[in-house]
Design a protein around this ligand. Structure first.
Ligand code: PAF
Length: 288
């Protein structure tokens, strides 16, 4: 695996792979990699012959009170994991490569509807930052296929919308969430949790499973169901931000007749904001 830091080096390396007839797979990340990211790269190797990963902590998607400065930068350890997972090329640009004229001068990609509500409500501008940086990275790498985690369900929906609306010829694959044995979704943010908080955090996944089970048993009074379970999250010591049921495909609000659902939760535990979701297709079995 080689690591490059400039767009020119990236384009040259990808062009060589293309000349060799290789299909290009892409996994964008912000680094501080865990087994969930390794799974993204592994999946990419099943769909492409030359795998590019990027590590860029994108300031455009962080709000003024968010953790941009304390976001862990762990490049050597990340390089080992990517190499082991089968990555061929790592693109690790600096801010000056990505935003040469500064962020205020950057053209913004903004996706209506799916960016609104859920995480979009408490993180204004976040999905504009994600859609913009992912569009730029797509234009730099020009992959055939890109893999994103389903844990960031709304982000995945935003990226699918970007690719569809901007007619980008890229196949987007959603990778199922990797979980600890106790159900906790793997996340770079779990590193901020104390021992005591780590013991409590699995309540989020347990809540999703309980809500899904109730719906599968026929419960259709969603407001009451969600209010009860939000209260359980609060009683466990977390501050619930949202617990919602949306349509799995486009995140629009659901009616009792909808069958393809996703249950999404966000809550703050101590100083750490956690998210999770569970896909529930009433015409199939549970998956996430
Ligand atoms: O999910 C992430 O790590 C980031 O939001 C992404 C997609 C790499 C864009 O910065």
């Amino acid at each position: 695996m080689i690591t490059v830091h400039t767009i020119a080096q990236l384009r040259a390396a990808v062009a060589r792979a293309r000349l060799e007839g290789k299909r290009i797979g892409f996994v964008p990340t912000m680094g501080n990699l865990h087994s969930g990211h390794v799974a993204l790269v592994t999946t990419a190797t099943h769909h492409a012959d030359f795998i590019v990963a990027s590590i860029f902590v994108n300031p455009l998607q962080f709000g003024p009170n968010e953790d941009l400065d304390k976001y862990p930068r762990t490049l050597p350890a990340d390089q080992d994991k990517l190499l082991w997972a089968g990555c061929n090329l790592l693109f690790a640009p600096g801010v000056e490569q990505m935003y040469p004229d500064g962020m205020a001068a950057q053209t913004i990609v903004s996706v209506p509807r799916v960016s609104e509500g859920l995480c979009g409500a408490s993180r204004p501008g976040h999905f504009d930052g994600v859609a913009t940086v992912v569009s730029k990275l797509f234009n730099m790498v020009q992959p055939d296929v890109a893999v994103f985690g389903q844990k960031d369900y709304q982000q995945l929906a935003v990226i699918r919308a970007v690719v569809r609306d901007l007619n980008q010829p890229i196949e987007i694959i959603g990778e199922p969430t990797v979980r600890a044995a106790n159900g906790l979704a793997l996340s770079s943010r779990n590193g901020y949790l104390s021992e005591a908080e780590l013991a409590v955090a699995p309540i989020l996944y347990q809540t999703l499973v309980k809500v899904a089970e109730a719906i599968r048993q026929g419960e259709r009074n969603y407001p009451a169901l969600l209010a009860t379970h939000s209260e359980s999250i609060r009683a466990a010591g977390l501050l619930p931000e949202y617990l919602e049921i949306r349509h799995a495909l486009d995140l629009r609000p659901v009616t009792a007749e909808d069958r393809d659902l996703v249950i999404l939760v966000a809550a703050v535990l101590g100083k750490t904001r956690l998210i999770d979701n569970l896909h529930l297709d009433l015409d199939a079995s549970v998956r996430d």
